[in-house]
Design a protein around this ligand. Structure first.
Ligand code: IMP
Length: 430
């Protein structure tokens, strides 16, 4: 048995969905523990593309129970849409379980997300606009509505009307926006509540019992370490615990029950939204990476900012997550590069720095220093074993692993399940 956490090591979009899907083959449970529909996980099965925002990607495996745990914020409109889409595509949603402790995203959260962002002007975060920050803010100020209340019509009505009264005051008096009609919201959301109710259960007990019975559990982290509310590049972060420790906070599974942590990172770097990004390339090389990697947001369609692999940032996130091994994805995107670069350290105020600064004002002054290596100039997308990779690609991976001080256990060279090279099978064994 094994409890494995899969976590992104940079600013999201590392192809965690593919890695979770790969591990889910041998899993009994796949568990989402943080975030909401600001996440976008893409999985390709037999050339069919599935995009998930809240439903755990493990649902594609008939053997897997897919759990939406306590730490998630759930938008009922989006979630019921995802359920309908799955059913239309012949995938059974019966094995989905939702925690009664998860919080509900309501229309005022989305409105306030937009209004708060506009009011910040050039200081905006660049959020996905999905109401994530305002929903987590309500959770922390103990005024949020949880799934257990949402599915009880009387409690939901009472809580919703009182929340909307207070939010309308904020929307109209502070932001000059249009007030919400509580009755209309109640009517619409009661329908979603009826659809969601059958899936609700005590997921913490479910997972505790599962672990005691030696089940295999994959914890599917959303977003990524540098978007973590505590350990990321605050304030340019999301509002949840994205690091591996979030798997415990967001599910009720204790730290001693986690066996391994797989950190996922691309062979280059990307970021969406605002905030410092030392290795960003605002030139034709960045554009070439964006084109070759199809670097446009799954959730918002925004072009992603692209740059070289940053070993300073990844050494930090590998440590913060206590990674057992690294899954390196999208290596094939660099196939056409004459040379590839690794950022080995920063120069900040004239000093050489190898420790990642999480103070964004300091990070904004970081000048990346690179090591340049020859590219492999070959299509590697159908290579199945590590030894068949071109020597230049192997050298790149070896140097990268040395600099981040963590072993590589998977190399992904394409979107399909079979475009996955396993270096350390033992680490992946469930
Ligand atoms: P929010 O999560 O919508 O509040 O957005 C906060 C920041 O996190 C913004 O810069 C978003 O672009 C970023 N973000 C949130 N979720 C993801 C993700 O899954 N991938 C990449 N960036 C994300």
């Amino acid at each position: 048995m094994a409890n494995v956490v899969v976590v992104g090591l940079l600013w999201g979009d590392e192809a965690k969905g593919k890695v979770v899907d790969f591990l889910a083959e041998d899993a009994d449970y796949v568990v989402r523990y943080n975030g909401g529909n600001n996440a976008g996980h893409t999985v390709v099965v037999d050339d069919e593309v599935y995009k998930f925002h809240t439903v755990p990607v493990g649902v594609l495996h008939p053997n897997v129970t897919a759990v939406v745990a306590d730490g998630v914020v759930l938008d009922p409109q989006v979630f019921t849409g995802e359920l309908a889409d799955l059913k239309n595509r012949g995938i059974t949603a019966d094995r989905i379980k939702i925690s009664g402790n998860a919080h509900i995203i309501l229309p005022y959260h989305r409105m306030l997300d937009g209004l708060e962002e506009s009011s910040k002007g050039s200081g905006k975060i660049g959020t996905t606009g999905r109401g994530i920050g305002p929903c987590y803010a309500d959770k922390m100020s103990r005024t949020g509505i949880r799934v257990c209340e949402f599915i009880d019509p009387e409690r939901f009505r009472e809580r919703l009307f009182s929340c909307i009264e207070r939010k309308n005051a904020l929307i109209t008096k502070i932001y000059g926006g249009e007030p919400l009609n509580a009755s209309a919201v109640y009517e619409e959301y009661s329908e979603y509540a009826k659809q969601i109710k059958p899936y609700v259960t005590d997921t913490a007990k479910l997972l505790f019992d599962a672990s005691s019975q030696c089940a295999n559990v994959v914890f599917e982290g959303a977003h990524a370490s540098l978007l973590d509310i505590d350990h990321g590049t605050y304030p340019y972060v999301t509002s949840s615990h994205c690091v591996a420790g979030g798997a415990c906070i967001g599910t009720g599974v204790g730290p001693t029950m986690i066996d391994r942590v797989i950190g996922v990172v691309k062979a280059y770097a990307t970021r969406v939204g605002e905030g410092p990004f030392p290795t960003e390339l605002n030139d034709e090389v960045g554009e070439a990476i964006r084109k070759s990697g199809n670097e446009y947001g799954t959730t918002t369609g925004r072009p992603r900012r692209c740059g070289w692999f940053d070993t300073v940032a990844i050494k930090y996130t590998a440590a913060v997550n206590g990674v057992s091994g690294v899954a390196l994805t999208l290596l094939d995107v660099l196939d056409d590069m004459e040379t590839v670069k690794l950022c080995t350290h920063y120069e900040i105020d004239g000093k050489k720095v190898r420790d990642f600064p999480t103070d964004v004002d300091v990070l904004a002054r970081a000048v990346p220093v690179y090591e340049e290596m020859p590219g492999w100039k070959r299509d590697i997308s159908e290579i199945k074993i590590f030894n068949d990779l071109p020597v230049e690609a192997k050298n790149y991976l070896a140097r990268l692993a040395e600099l981040i001080e963590a072993p590589i256990c998977i190399v992904s060279v394409g979107k399909r399940r079979d475009q996955t090279i396993v270096l350390d099978r033992e680490m992946l064994e469930m």
